[in-house]
Ligand binder design. Structure first.
Ligand code: URA
Length: 233
């Protein structure tokens, strides 16, 4: 792989910056400065350093973000703040996109990646990846509501939801719901279909990946090895 391609893939430099850095002798491969950005390196074996910083090559990046209120799950938007804006500049060059959408006022776990194939796989309804949300609603849920929400309910556009797992806490105003699909405003519309209203929604897990409780709203980190394996599994 060309060294400039490697540096752009990991977001360490643009192609032009890589060329300039090489000319200035700021890139070393196995301790030796390279003077051209088109030299080929083996990312698995060569030690590449840019201005004293070792470069760790990864084909894809996977990020867990704790989405705050008021951000849209898009890569860019003419009016709204996007979840991408919560990441540092370096990560914004990597072609990351949110893996599925949360509403502007929904909080919690969002995964950003540039692994198009992986994202497609986990979002495909055929793979039944469960996403769990904590909810709060305006009126206490009845047993009948819970049964209807769990066993497929008809939404305002006639769509019948797939089976869901729903649990209500004591008081029946809060609880958790797990869906294996993600239609537009799905949970809000499911609750509307039982004449209720969602007043709070937070995604707490995506498949087996759980929102890190140490991440404050708006904070993010890369997935660790185990989480990355779960995402790809
Ligand atoms: N269901 C919703 O209604 N909103 C979300 O953001 C996610 C699921």
């Amino acid at each position: 792989m060309r060294i400039d391609k490697l540096l752009t893939t990991v977001g360490a430099a643009s192609r032009t910056e890589a060329a300039k850095a090489a000319k200035r002798g700021e890139i070393t491969v196995n301790g030796v400065p390279v003077r051209r950005a088109d030299v080929h390196v083996d990312p698995d074996r060569d030690v590449i350093v840019l201005r004293g910083e070792p470069i760790v090559y990864k084909e894809h990046v996977y990020i867990m973000l704790n989405k705050p209120d008021g951000y849209v799950s898009a890569t860019d938007d003419p009016r709204e703040k996007t979840v991408l804006e919560l990441l540092p500049e370096k990560y914004r060059r990597l072609g990351l996109f949110p893996c599925g959408r949360l509403d502007k006022n929904t909080l919690g776990l969002i995964i950003l990646t540039n692994d198009g194939e992986g994202a497609h796989r986990v979002l495909s309804p055929k793979h039944h990846v469960g996403k769990t949300y904590r909810y709060m609603c305006a009126d206490p849920l009845t047993d009948v509501d819970i049964d209807r929400l769990a066993s497929g309910i008809t939404l305002d556009d006639g769509y019948v939801t797939k089976d869901a797992v729903i649990r209500a806490d004591d008081g029946r105003l809060t609880g958790e719901i797990t869906l294996t699909e993600g239609k537009y405003h799905q949970i809000k519309r499911m609750f509307a279909a039982v004449n209720n209203k969602i007043t709070y929604l937070e995604r707490i897990s995506f498949g087996h990946i759980i929102l890190d409780p140490d991440l404050e709203r708006g904070q993010w980190r890369e997935l660790n090895k185990e989480e990355e394996a779960l995402f790809k599994a």
